[in-house]
Design a protein around this ligand. Structure first.
Ligand SMILES: *Cc1c(COP(=O)(O)O)cnc(C)c1O
Length: 427
């Protein structure tokens, strides 16, 4: 596509955008006196206007029914999580039996690793990325220690090659082959939170399985951002949070995926709770754990209904739009941002260079671009913030911006470029 650096071009793109009406279905922050340009949907997605109705429905039913709401409410709480499953499964390319919405992300990663990291007979190692989200690294380290092993030897954390910012898929595949039958688990972020890089999850899964390892992904930055086919790729397990691209309230509930090949394995070691117990006999409350089939068998607790309601509101929007349409817009929207950043670097390279550390190929990135600012990055970040841009600053000098295709416009992206240019000229 031929882009232009002008407001009229951006507005024309917005006019032609089949998703343009969705912008109005979200609340945009009002804390800044300028028009807000929100680019942190990768950190906390905006609030859908329908969220309030979804939550109010449950508050009303709680007021009206008390405990009876579990069975007599408009959306009975007893099976509330089931209302969310189909829409969530579509987002990650899974069958309904493979998905459950429950708990929080790090909790779910632990619960899944309890079942799927079983070091024994010399197969003890975990392959992960050195620059994983800190919570994931802590979870991995503590899982290794939980088995009485030493993370220093068992956790193999990959770094990019010298002078590069992102991992190469072929290096991950080669490392998996090299570790061979010492490898118990491969665990990566499907989209890296810092660089925005999308990994080739299908090839990594295939390589892991070829050496007999289990393969899991953290999809915190992938769910609702890029197309994912967990079932077809044969991924063993995955988890994601719902509050980033999925706009489901701060700290909102998490999604969990367990491939159907593991759906009927009651012998799998797991940490159990009553909500994972066979539904038909759960309320007999007998001792002896009988897990439900599929991902639901990993639930511990009854669902936090208000958070679930917020997630349902957002899932409804994703279901309407579908990941294909969303991705189609996302690719062009982020390409437009890339075009503007390249233009600024070409124009002002002697003062300030924007080095994009996110891979440029479409298949290796989602909505987010991570910009390494060579020059006075922090002043530039502060200057655009003052103009109403909400972006994310990571020390030492990376600005992360993610135009979310559900609600960001081409005009938003145009103004980001314009404010960056003004910031360069002023600083
Ligand atoms: C956002 C994020 C988390 C956050 O975990 P919570 O348990 O929801 O606090 C964890 N891992 C990754 C990769 C993330 O991007």
């Amino acid at each position: 596509m031929k882009f232009e650096n002008s407001l009229s071009f951006a507005q024309e793109m917005d006019q032609k955008d089949p998703l343009k009406s969705y912008r109005d279905r979200f609340h945009f922050p009002t804390f800044t006196t300028n028009s807000v340009r929100y680019f942190t949907g990768n950190s906390l997605g905006l609030q859908p206007k329908s969220t309030r109705e979804f939550i109010n429905q449950e508050l009303d039913d709680w007021a009206k029914w008390g405990v009876e709401g579990h069975f007599h409410g408009t959306n009975p709480w007893f099976k509330y999580h089931e209302f969310l499953t189909n829409a969530a499964a579509k987002i990650v390319g899974a069958k309904p039996i493979e998905v459950v919405i429950t708990h929080s992300l790090t909790t779910n990663l632990h619960l899944l690793m309890v079942s799927f990291y079983q070091p024994k007979n010399g197969r003890t190692k975990i392959l992960c990325e050195a620059k994983a989200f800190p919570s994931d690294l802590y979870a991995l380290e503590s899982q290794v220690r939980f088995h009485g092993l030493d993370p220093a030897t068992e956790l193999v954390a990959m770094n990019p090659r010298d002078g590069e910012h992102t991992l190469r898929d072929e290096d991950i595949v080669a490392k998996i082959a090299e570790l061979g039958d010492s490898l118990a688990l491969v665990m990566f972020g499907g989209v890296n939170y810092y660089t925005g890089q999308v990994l080739d999850m299908e090839s990594i899964t295939k390589a892991g399985h070829a050496v007999g390892a289990i393969v899991g992904f953290d999809l915190a930055h992938a769910a609702g951002n890029i197309p994912v086919q967990l079932n077809a790729w044969g991924v063993d397990f995955a988890a994601w949070c719902s509050y980033k691209y999925l706009n489901s309230s701060p700290g909102g509930v998490s999604g969990m995926f367990v491939h159907e090949r593991h759906a009927n394995r009651p012998e799998l070691v797991r940490f159990a709770g009553w909500w994972g117990y066979d539904k038909s006999t759960r309320f007999l409350m007998e001792p002896g754990f009988k897990p439900m089939e599929g991902a639901e068998g990993w639930q511990l607790s009854n669902a936090p209904i208000l958070g679930m309601a917020a997630h349902w509101a957002s899932l409804e929007l994703f279901d309407e739009v579908g990941m294909d349409q969303l991705r189609e817009k996302s690719v062009v929207l982020t390409d437009y941002l890339l075009f503007l950043l390249d233009e600024l670097t070409a124009k002002y390279g002697d003062k300030c260079t924007f080095e994009i550390i996110t891979p440029r190929e479409h298949k290796s990135r989602g909505a987010q671009l991570s910009i390494l600012v060579h020059g006075n990055g922090k002043q530039i970040f502060d200057a655009i913030s003052e103009k109403g841009v909400v972006a994310d600053w990571r020390e030492p000098n990376v600005i992360r911006v993610a135009p979310a295709p559900m609600y960001n416009s081409f005009a938003d992206v145009y103004f980001l470029g314009k404010y960056l240019e003004e910031a360069i000229l002023e600083n």
